[in-house]
Design a binder for this molecule. Sequence first.
Ligand SMILES: Nc1ncnc2c1ncn2[C@@H]1O[C@H](COP(=O)(O)OP(=O)(O)OP(=O)(O)O)[C@@H](O)[C@H]1O
Ligand SMILES: [Mg+2]
Length: 313
Amino acid sequence: MQQTILEIKNLSKNYGETVALANFSLDLARGEVLGLLGPNGAGKTTLISILSGTLRGFTGSVRFLGQDLFADRRLKNRIGVVPQEMAFYEDLSAMENLLFWGGLYDIAGKELRRRAQELLERVELSARAREPVKKFSGGMKRRLNIAIGLIHRPELLLLDEPTVGIDVQAKVSILDIIRGLGGQGTSVVFTTHQLAEVEQSCSRIAIMDQGAVLAAGTLAELIRIVGEKEIVEVSGPFSADAFSEGIRRLGGDGMEILSVGDNLAMLAFADSQRIPAMLQHLFQNRLAVADLKIKSPNLEAVFLKMTGRSLRD
Ligand SMILES: Nc1ncnc2c1ncn2[C@@H]1O[C@H](COP(=O)(O)OP(=O)(O)OP(=O)(O)O)[C@@H](O)[C@H]1O
Ligand SMILES: [Mg+2]
């Protein structure tokens, strides 16, 4: 059994009337890469801010390495944070930024320089290490942000949407870095809206919405929540209301509506033989179907089932 390094219990946080976290609970093992998947406003940044010590006024407990995370400041030095907003000095070079941020920890000069060089190589910025960061592309800045989060060799790295707003290549390279960290025994929590990212890069996935974890497990475990079903994605020029109304009249067992939006609906069938009858029913109700895809249960279906809404909403 792997050692649990992080235990979050019943974390709750309100901003005035707004509930940002509502009894959020989650465990993390050493070397585990956990993808925290949630739509806008789910509470992801609030969670990362509390864990990184920048947000107060919450209830619940967080134990890190067996101790109360908030009782001893030194514990926080064993966590690295890569915030949603970039955190570095634009006029300094990548190397200077690493030396500056590393200087905030007790790392001897020579060792700090060695680590900075090593990290610049790991995030593939060695060749540009001496240029002011303001000349970097978005993807390069993100990679520098990760290097800064790692300069003090944290046992846990928290990343808030590390792949937002960058091209596919930069995304792949960041996901590679994240996977590599897990392989070296660093635990990682990263937040995202992207289903594909967590499918590809995580040893465990947690789905959160409205401040709480709705489901957590390996991809295979999560997919079991939907069960042995056929997932049918129907698209066409219909409104959400018309589709809901039409499909409700069909009724019947063995069919579950996972989500309905304008022009797109997702249904789950226990018995695929019922799919033609559904299609016929839709046509009889003048609901134009432009495309129909039958899929195996996937993370998207689990997400829709748990949250009742699409990440694209
Ligand atoms: N400083 C703040 N003041 C008031 N409300 C806030 C503040 N920060 C966040 N909230 C609210 O708390 C809830 C959770 O926000 P949070 O930023 O944690 O979500 P998120 O999952 O990170 O969303 P996103 O995917 O858009 O980054 C939202 O309803 C948000 O409007
Ligand atoms: Mg956020």
